[in-house]
Design a protein around this ligand. Structure first.
Ligand SMILES: [Zn+2]
Ligand SMILES: [Zn+2]
Length: 145
């Protein structure tokens, strides 16, 4: 958690100007926590005194993501999620409840995987693990082989 001053400090340290939209988006992601879609961020900001346009939210997310302050977690088709980045990590998505969980990256920095053969220059590898989460396994009470 950070005060507005601390958040704008972090934005400046990442080499960005701490504009109001960037600050609003960054602090919304901080206070929401977890993995959030651009729409969830927008819905959160709309409740504030000086709401931003949807386009400003998208632009701010893009700027924060390329500065490395926000991680774009690709959780599958139509599910671009954002979170305030701490360490590079991967995600596991439950097929039943859709819950997105963090999975530690054994390397901890990107790119942690490279494709076989020659492709070009890789700067990031996002792994999505899919299956059934512990909670859903407990709920269905099944899967004993
Ligand atoms: Zn689940
Ligand atoms: Zn995550």
């Amino acid at each position: 958690m950070g005060s507005t001053a601390a958040l704008s400090e972090r934005i400046r340290e990442a080499g960005l100007r701490a504009t109001r939209p960037r600050l609003a988006v960054y602090s919304a992601l901080e206070s929401l926590g977890g993995h959030r879609s651009a729409d969830e961020v927008y819905d959160h900001i709309v409740l504030e005194d000086e709401p931003l346009s949807r386009a400003s939210v998208y632009n701010a997310l893009a700027a924060l993501t390329s500065a490395g302050l926000v991680l774009n977690a690709d959780a599958g088709p139509g599910r671009a999620l954002y979170e305030t980045a701490t360490a590079w990590h991967h995600h596991a998505v439950c097929r039943l409840c859709g819950e997105v969980s963090d999975v530690d990256c054994s390397v901890g920095s990107k790119p942690c995987l490279s494709p076989g053969g020659e492709w070009g220059q890789i700067d990031e590898a996002q792994i999505i693990f899919r299956g059934v989460c512990t909670a859903c396994l407990g709920r269905t009470g099944s899967v004993h082989h």
